[in-house]
Design a protein around this ligand. Sequence first.
Ligand code: PEP
Length: 242
Amino acid sequence: MRGLAAGNWKMNGTGDSLSEIEALLAQHPAPACDVLICPPATLLARMAAAVQGSGLKVGGQDCHAAASGAHTGDISAAMLVDAGAGHVILGHSERRADHRESDAVVAAKVTAAQAAGLMTIVCVGETEAERDAGRTLDIIASQIDGSLPEGTDAARLVIAYEPVWAIGTGRTPTNEQIVEVHEALRRQLQDRFGTAEIALLYGGSVKPSNAAEIFALPDVNGALVGGASLKASDFGAIIAAL
Ligand code: PEP
């Protein structure tokens, strides 16, 4: 399966930041993997226009489960598509923590996003306390169960394993810990959907210096990258490692 390097810009970036995308395209005109950037919603349409014809994909960082209505500040899946998105990140741990998104809320968003034609990148991951308590695999399995609704289209699904304690901290799990979770995810998804073609991304402090080692691990099909996706030089090096 083709690898996917996905950048999550979070709440970073204004119009000036589009120069990073121009630099990335200039440095990596024909990457060996798929490349996706999920900018803040305010930049989505401008970024989609800037990358047109390049093969670089753009996506949203969240969407609402409803198609429209009285939800001040929220964005629907159809609005993301209208702005040029082909993907959306759902259930990121920052959304789960900051906005108290439960698995059930994430599942409703997956239904809405897939119905609108978006590829859904569903994030799961344990906290440090859960890992220390030996509950990592149980937590991940139950997040997958609860966050993927009945009727999930496996062809529109990507899973990102993002240990909460590794996001933005500079800390990463050991290779063995990543492999253990990715193997368990692969088994669970194979049992449920009957396919091994769902891309499994690792996310959490991926940077140029550790990307190649992480990408070489079995059942790691790419990365969801936060901080290191903001600069073309760093993200470019990660893309080149995949
Ligand atoms: C993320 O937010 O998805 C992430 C992985 O962040 P970082 O790469 O900065 O740890």
